[in-house]
Write a protein that binds this ligand. Structure first.
Ligand code: IPE
Ligand code: IPE
Ligand code: MG
Length: 257
């Protein structure tokens, strides 16, 4: 189950990190599975399978580090444009991975959540994800939030649609619309915005990930492809984050060095 607070602090310190400056929410664009595989003369799906093993390590490391939330981009609303073989392979991998991992996730106290348009997923995968959410929602550890069939624009469209419906029903008026109201209609309104956004495999773009929520996230891009990412690379990213000065639009006195 979840470690005692003192154990978490000791672990953070043992990793060379400052317990007082930990991000609460880390979000990751897990990119580069295909390149990792093709550069080795392998099928792209092998890269995704390898990426699953990386993800498993990163989930448990995030829990040991006491993060509140880890959101990972597993499948975008645009990823349906890939070949039927790749899309089908990814859906099967996600289903089998969730079936294989759920008991260990429960034993470790990890809460599984999903962000995205679940209604468009294959029924067996959707039911597996919903069951994982229900079986883990009362646990005390890391919130492991899977962005599947997720698009930042789709999320805003869905929020605006829900608000419009309430206006039509007379439950809200135009004057109620503000940032808090939109935030309250996103997929995971109870989660804090990501403090740190990591992208692997070097691309300098968001690819439609968490467009609203990353307004003030610190961004860390590594050239390492996702299958080669590991707990030490996560610690490096958090260490870099701990050296940033977050300003949120204000003026902050920075020590000259
Ligand atoms: C990320 O790796 C995983 C998914 C998008 C599902 P890619 O499959 O995009 O890997 P590259 O970018 O082609 O190397
Ligand atoms: C973003 O990666 C989606 C996921 C990691 C699931 P992509 O590989 O789909 O992004 P682009 O196409 O390079 O922008
Ligand atoms: Mg990619």
């Amino acid at each position: 189950m979840e470690c005692a607070a003192g154990d978490v602090t000791a672990y953070i310190t043992s990793r060379g990190l400052d317990p007082a400056k930990m991000p609460a929410h880390v979000a990751i664009i897990m990119d580069g599975n295909g390149r990792w595989a093709t550069s080795r003369g392998k099928n792209r799906l092998l890269g995704h399978t390898q990426g699953y093993h990386t993800l498993k390590q990163i989930v448990y490391e995030s829990n040991r580090l006491g993060l509140s939330c880890l959101t990972v981009y597993a499948f975008s609303t645009e990823n349906w444009r890939r070949s039927g073989d790749e899309v089908g392979g990814l859906m099967t991998l996600m289903l089998e991975a969730m079936r294989a991992e759920i008991e260990e996730l429960i034993q470790t106290g990890i809460r599984v959540r999903v962000s995205g348009r679940l209604a468009e997923l294959p029924q067996d995968l959707r039911e597996e994800l919903q069951a994982a959410h229900h079986r883990t929602q009362h646990l005390p550890g890391l919130i492991f939030n899977l962005a599947i069939n997720y698009g930042g624009r789709a999320e805003v469209v869905d929020a605006v649609t829900a608000i419009c419906r309430k206006v039509a029903e007379g439950k809200l008026t135009e004057n109620d619309v503000n940032e808090d109201l939109i935030h309250a209609h996103l997929y995971s309104p109870d989660l804090p915005d990501p403090d740190l956004l990591i992208r692997t495999a070097g691309e300098l773009r968001l690819s439609n990930f968490l467009l609203w929520e990353t307004a003030y996230s610190e961004i860390y891009v590594t050239p390492v492809c996702w299958p080669d990412f590991d707990p030490d690379t996560l610690v490096l990213a958090i260490s870099d984050f701990q050296r940033r000065t977050r300003k949120f639009g204000t003026v902050v006195e920075e020590a000259l060095s």
